[in-house]
Design a protein around this ligand. Structure first.
Ligand SMILES: CC(C)(COP(=O)(O)OP(=O)(O)OC[C@H]1O[C@@H](n2cnc3c(N)ncnc32)[C@H](O)[C@@H]1OP(=O)(O)O)[C@@H](O)C(=O)NCCC(=O)NCCS
Length: 217
């Protein structure tokens, strides 16, 4: 199991969190980062076909522009939602958005997924983002178990997850994407028995039950 340490994170009452990695700032829940990321995602030649048409049309109206200072409190935030967390990876030198992750909690599981901006892949940014996000999720937001689903043919995704300490798990063999396309999925998990809630952000309600389940294993 991967060694997880408590991250040094700026935690603001408006739900802004900033965690510094070697090359990035990992920033939570700024609406400006989110809409820019949607624009980047719909322009991505690999994932563009998976976005519903109405999202593509809306996202194309957003100018990517330059990203604001990661601790700029004047940036609008996304609504605080215990079941959904958005993290953006901002390059500390260029201020470019290079990665994004989200953690979505439903059906008693917290599912993590994400991507690295096209053109920045294969340079370690995915690994840097995922390791930091797992530490933040477990040791700041108190999420004990993260799961991730990936298509069996997606080697980059498999290596990305394995490299951050994810191990094989069970899960639904097929999932339906937002555009209606159904894909096969393999499942992965990242468990931290010493997960610790240090944030006043609301959390998914199932956490206590899940910890009891883990303790009985
Ligand atoms: C998967 C993804 C997030 C990885 O991010 P990245 O910055 O490219 O990955 P890194 O450079 O940090 O490398 C992480 C691992 O993936 C491997 N990898 C990266 N790109 C790869 C590719 N095209 N083919 C095979 N392996 C690849 C690296 O070799 C490394 O594995 P290793 O530690 O065993 O050497 C990125 O490729 C991506 O955004 N893909 C499209 C969206 C996606 O598939 N998301 C995952 C859904 S679960």
């Amino acid at each position: 199991m991967a060694v997880i340490s408590r991250p040094a994170v700026t935690c603001r009452p408006n739900d802004l969190h900033v965690l510094e990695t070697e090359r990035l700032w990992i920033v939570t829940s700024r609406a400006t980062d989110y809409v820019r990321w949607l624009r980047i995602a719909v322009d991505d030649p690999e994932s563009a076909p998976d976005w519903p048409e109405h999202v593509v049309a809306q996202a194309r109206q957003v100018a990517i522009g330059s990203v604001a200072d990661p601790v700029d409190a004047s940036q609008p935030g996304l609504p605080v939602d215990p079941d959904w967390l958005f993290l953006a990876g901002v390059h500390r030198e260029t201020r470019e958005l290079v990665s994004s992750l989200s953690v979505f909690s439903r059906n008693r599981a917290s599912e993590i997924g994400g991507s690295v901006r096209y053109g920045y892949r294969g340079q370690g940014y995915g690994h840097e983002t995922l390791v930091a996000a797992c530490a933040l999720a477990h040791r700041h937001f108190g999420i004990a178990r993260l799961v991730a689903g990936a298509e069996p043919s997606n080697t980059a995704s498999r290596r990305w997850l394995a490299g951050a300490g994810f191990t094989s798990a069970t899960g639904p063999p097929r999932v339906k994407l937002g555009n209606g396309r159904t894909i096969e999925a393999l499942w992965w998990e990242h468990v931290d028995r010493d997960a610790e809630l240090r944030c006043s952000r609301p959390r998914p309600h199932f956490r206590r039950g899940l910890l009891r389940t883990l303790a009985r294993r």
